[in-house]
Design a protein around this ligand. Sequence first.
Ligand code: NDP
Ligand code: X2W
Length: 630
Amino acid sequence: MSLIGIWYIGELGLGLGLGLGFVQIFNLIVPQNLEIKAQKSEKFRIGVLGASGYTGSEIIRLIASHPNYQITLMTADRKAGLSIGSVFPHLVRQDLPDMVAVKDADFSPVDAVFCCLPHGTTQEIIKGLPSSLKIVDLSADFRLQDVAEYEEWYGQPHRAQELQKEAVYGLTEICRPEIQNARLVANPGCYPTSIQLPLIPLIKANLIEVKNIIIDSKSGVSGAGRGAKEANLYTEIAEGIHSYGVTRHRHGKSQACFRHHSQTMKRSNLFPIGDFQCQIEQGLSEAAKSKVTVSFTPHLMPMSRGMQSTIYVEMAPGASTEDLYQHLRHFYEKEEFVVLLGKNEVPHTRHVRGSNYCLINVFPDRIPGRAIIISVIDNLVKGASGQALQNLNLMMEKMALNFNASAVYSLQNLPSFRRTQSCILSWKPNQLCQNTPRVFCSMNMAADQSGDSRKLSIGDVVEKARRLWDSSPQPVKSFPWNKTLDNFIQLVVDLVLAVFKYLSIPLFTVTSISEMSYCAHERKLYLIPLPFLVGVAVAGVLKDAALGSSPYLEHAEVPWHLIAVVIFFTLLKFPGPYYPYWGRIFIPHFANGALLRTLWFMFLWSRRPRRTSENNQPALMTDNHKTDEA
Ligand SMILES: NC(=O)C1=CN([C@@H]2O[C@H](COP(=O)(O)OP(=O)(O)OC[C@H]3O[C@@H](n4cnc5c(N)ncnc54)[C@H](OP(=O)(O)O)[C@@H]3O)[C@@H](O)[C@H]2O)C=CC1
Ligand SMILES: CC(=O)N[C@@H](CCC(=O)OP(=O)(O)O)C(=O)O
């Protein structure tokens, strides 16, 4: 029993020793494989169509501190030809190109675009964009899956029906896998975002009834865009609130109608506000797998930005508000931007100004069996540009992997790229210093207004580190940190390999002793040379057969055929104690013979004369080459 134990340990030791010996030889043969190349990260080039609008300017503000994006193109309509600083002074320190008209735009230096244009205009423009571009569209033009319904609501055929087929709805937290693979993402509107984020998980979990859902939403005036409209004048909005699109808002319910505040304008300027199967019902019906109809009334509030949706629902039989709350909390616990507040805490629009958060809470209604859900967002960030940036981050993640595939770029830079999904958007203007210059939120943004003060995320810590880095003296910044790290890693690897290399010799000795001891115990010591020599011969035959089958192997950078032989014979040795009697006498020695001969081949391989770069061709020896050499 003890002999078998020694034999078994010895066998494991030999396998380990040989494996590590091969690693060392592999290392000698292809040192360039371990070389970590410190590559300077390149940035994706971004176009913002509609940069002079509210959502466009928010995209620019958010991208200003994005480590992987750089804006190379901006368009405007009436403001074409102007600099962004002259339109939005809070962006004056940005080093950005002037805005141009879409028809004059050059899309060649662009990898992806945010399309922040009015509905209707967008389809035509997107249709004309190069098909290589990734697109996040903030308008309503690609949100409805059925183009017939688009036609019904907008009174004209959808002008990019092929694109509609590939468009993916961009409710980030719900549609993440589809967004990752998309080329064209239809960003949800602000109302549908604030409503669907709490409702879809509850409907999917059958925790609420899909009938009798009542939604009361309130929006800041920036939701209507920057264009001058009589209904959005200060005197029309201040010191009061009003509902609009009652029973017929395009996000909520289905009747051809026009934006309330346009009604004093000429009819040709009117804006259709009805989508037949509107977004909210489209999303909720998909979650419920049956038609869902909601009561939805939007309101205009005397505030520049922010949105609250108060949602009244009937709970499923047996469900409690605690169940609803716990389900949502669990559903979003790994999400950076959707946060369930503590018990009894009421979400305020003030708490999300300028941030990408959606704050949610669930309260019991006084009517038994009903619950009240409150959800707040910033309509311009989570309701538009912030979510659009989240979506582009997802879409570009795959591209980042191919971006510089030859280098270790993906390993070195992808984590930081991923982090941008959270840290870049949880950036709190006026609270944390970013890459200079600092960019402030355009509309009435004051200190402490934008973030959730309780939340100190990893993003904050990263930002602090970045601040520290930015303020470091130049010698610290120019020190070759990457190379130092590479050298350190190389040193550790060399040390580990050296330790194992010298360990493999005693391990091999122990192994041989254990195998011979077993044979001696069985009085079969005299038989050992036989399987050993057969193993030696078989290894030679296998090597020659491999080289004969593929001439590439002779000049390959790595002796794959020898590695394969080693793996085969090591595996052959592993089940040693379980072989029948004669198998235990013969097989380990047979494998040892083959392994030793293969190790010798590897040693010769590592000492073989290297080809020079001029002599780098003859991987495949053609007859011509042979003649030339002769
Ligand atoms: N505001 C919000 O809260 C939300 C808006 N959205 C959607 O995002 C899109 C943009 O909204 P928002 O930024 O508020 O709108 P704005 O009115 O503030 O901006 C519109 C932008 O589009 C440009 N533009 C207007 N007409 C044309 C045209 N015919 N050709 C080319 N460019 C044109 C404008 O240029 P110029 O200024 O030079 O005229 C401006 O840059 C809309 O589809 C909107 O529904 C979605 C969610 C929320
Ligand atoms: C206050 C105001 O006018 N709000 C806009 C909605 C903004 C929004 O949700 O964006 P989408 O239009 O792109 O969906 C409206 O009611 O039409």
